[in-house]
Design a binder for this molecule. Structure first.
Ligand code: AMP
Length: 217
């Protein structure tokens, strides 16, 4: 599939999980700007050093930085493949720049898939989220706790928490979503982009089934 897709929604809505499944199923390249930034932070690159303070405070990284990442991907690894954008665009300026970039590169936006989840559920999902730094297994202290507190069921390593999943930062991330990102839905509606809303507060498989159906419709 050469069409590009945006998976849209608040932090914790399941964009990463659902986006990865869709990417595999449809042979798309998943571009998570959050993953690119976290990787840069971990490796201590100049990008990571710049992005880190914004991320840890739950604020958005400046548009110019994000657009640099996306432009590089679209001209590089994604030049011949459809992309699923996860966590991008997050501001009006990013959405407008994406439109320009896609037009310039002769690409089309096939769908904007919106995962809807209420704030209370998001807070529990995000502040409870833990992951294994060794094997990548995911847990949630409220919803899917490990058998032994703080330890990975699969490999026994100590579980970690994303710094921006701390309770205060989660609240700020949700505010930022409502203030700066949610208004993009009206933008895409006004552009008559194919916007599809899905209830994200269901089992992973049920949400995925619906998304796959929408991608094929
Ligand atoms: P995510 O993993 O998508 O929740 O992103 C984690 C953090 O990375 C966000 O809270 C922002 O600080 C930053 N980030 C990721 N994508 C973007 C974006 N498109 N625009 C601005 N900041 C971003």
């Amino acid at each position: 599939m050469r069409q590009d897709v945006i998976i849209f929604g608040p932090p914790g809505a399941g964009k990463g999980t659902q986006g990865a499944l869709l990417a595999e199923r449809f042979g798309l390249l998943r571009l998570s700007t959050g993953d690119v930034l976290r990787d840069a932070v971990q490796h201590g690159t100049p990008l990571g050093l710049e992005a880190r303070r914004f991320m840890n405070a739950g604020e958005l990284v400046p548009d110019a930085v994000i657009l640099g990442i996306v432009g590089d991907h679209l001209r590089g690894p994604a030049a011949t493949r459809g992309v699923i954008f996860d966590g991008f665009p997050r501001t009006l300026a990013q959405a407008q720049s994406l439109d320009g970039l896609l037009a310039q590169l002769g690409r089309t936006l096939g769908a904007v898939l919106v995962l809807e989840v209420d704030d209370e559920t998001l807070v529990r999902r995000l502040s409870g989220r833990r992951s294994c730094p060794s094997c990548g297994a995911l847990y949630n202290v409220y919803l899917k706790p490990p058998r032994e507190d703080g330890r990975c069921d699969v490999c026994g390593a100590d579980l970690g928490q994303r710094p921006d999943d701390a309770a205060d930062t989660v609240r700020r991330r949700l505010e930022v979503y409502h203030e700066q990102t949610q208004p993009l839905l009206a933008y895409y509606e006004s552009r008559q982009a194919p916007l599809r809303r899905v209830n994200g507060d269901r089992a992973v498989e049920a949400v995925q089934r619906e998304l796959v159906g929408l991608m094929q419709s």
